[in-house]
Design a protein around this ligand. Structure first.
Ligand code: SF4
Ligand code: SF4
Length: 374
């Protein structure tokens, strides 16, 4: 199996403000190119694209290609599960939405310490093993957002786990919250194979500060900036899949080129990336990957990732008075809750896999934009 997997959480949209409006024609053409080049793996989940990702996968992949020509990962939304019987309901709904008889890979989605407690209470991994015996799951695993210590504990207690999906990229490698390196080392200690998510950190590593881009371009003028992040992920031992959420056709074309002629990074490339990390950290904005896990539960419908994107553009431009920025901000406030309407309930921070201080970050945005917009 080739190492590039098509992540179905950032698909092209007809209306950029509505994640449910996936552009089917564009996605279909992207699937055709992906498959024609010999890539075969797709990654979906119950909640992606406002619960449309699995259906779109059926329409554009399952209904158009023989089942044995592709593999798919789907994930149990354990954060939505309230009782044991829900597991069966979610699982059957997912098979039906995807139009498949079995999942090649089936993960517990976004596992952390508290969700692992839920798993234990309802014997969720026991349920996975039953489904594996029935032939409805080929391989069992989980995607993970917590510390290496928690990962070690789970892997010690769950011998049925074959794979773990980790957030790994060169910026998070030594990050104290994400703990990419430490988690990677724990997974290898337990002899697990690794899927990588967020190799480009939600696009953050596709566009770097000018100084950092110039360093990478001088080393390899032809290579895209994102290619460094993808090669970094794919160069790691025991990594069997690197998932990339591709929105534009050129993302896909670039990714195909990288993975068709995969060149592992060398020692001097890694040293260069260490320098790049230092530059990025100096210029750190809000490290939101636009995964949208925080959005649905917000009681005042604050468009958190969209506000963060505006804030980051504001930092890039060093000009909060930029008219286009102001207009985009006003547009958002006309349809969604305003940053200063946050009631600090904290549900978004509980959901955020990047451990962002969302409440404080929203205050920063309010401080810049409130006066003129209120
Ligand atoms: S803390 Fe604020 S932004 Fe977060 S979910 Fe609650 S109201 Fe929404
Ligand atoms: S704030 Fe966190 S949970 Fe919300 S979209 Fe950004 S990274 Fe995802």
């Amino acid at each position: 199996m080739k190492k590039l997997g098509f992540g179905l959480m950032r698909l092209p949209l007809i209306d950029p403000e509505d994640s449910k409006t996936i552009d089917l024609k564009r996605f279909e053409a992207m699937v055709d190119l992906f498959m024609a080049k010999g890539f075969t793996h797709f990654d979906t989940a119950y909640v992606y694209h406002g619960e449309q990702s699995e259906r779109i996968f059926k329409e554009c992949v399952v209904d158009r290609y023989p089942r044995e020509s592709f593999t798919v990962t789907d994930k149990m939304p354990i954060y939505m599960v309230e009782k044991k019987e829900d597991l069966e309901e979610f699982f059957n709904r997912q098979l039906e939405r995807c139009g498949v008889e079995y999942f090649d890979y089936y993960w517990m989605h976004a596992l952390n310490a508290s969700r692992y407690e839920t798993c234990n209470e309802i014997d969720a991994f026991g349920f996975f093993q039953e489904k594996q015996k029935e032939g409805k799951i080929r391989h069992i695993g989980f995607s993970f957002h917590d510390s290496a210590e928690v990962l070690d504990n789970i892997l010690s207690k769950e011998p049925c786990i074959e794979f773990v999906q980790l957030q790994i990229n060169y910026l998070d490698w030594e990050d104290g919250n994400i703990q990419s390196r430490l988690c990677y080392e724990v997974a290898r200690k337990h002899n697990k194979k690794i899927f990588i998510m967020e190799p480009v950190k939600g696009g953050t590593l596709a566009k770097l500060p000018e100084e950092a881009e110039a360093m990478l371009k001088s080393k390899n003028p032809q290579a895209s900036i994102a290619s460094w992040a993808l090669r970094y992920a794919a160069s790691l031992e025991d990594v069997v899949m690197v998932l990339s959420g591709m929105t534009e056709e050129w993302h896909l074309e670039d990714n195909i080129e990288i993975f068709e002629n995969l060149q592992p990074l060398e020692e001097e490339d890694l040293t260069l990336l260490d320098q790049v990390v230092e530059i990025i950290k100096k210029d750190m904005k809000i490290a939101c990957t636009a995964c949208r896990y925080c959005v649905d539960g917000c009681p005042v419908s604050i468009a958190i990732p969209e506000y963060f994107a505006i804030y980051n553009r504001c930092i890039d431009l060093s000009n909060p008075d930029d008219p286009a920025l102001r207009e985009d901000f006003l547009n958002l406030t006309s349809k969604h809750g305003k940053p200063w309407e946050c009631i600090e309930c904290g549900q978004c921070e509980e959901q955020c896999p990047q451990f962002l201080p969302i409440i404080e970050d929203l205050k920063k945005i309010s401080a810049i934009f409130k006066e003129e917009s209120a």
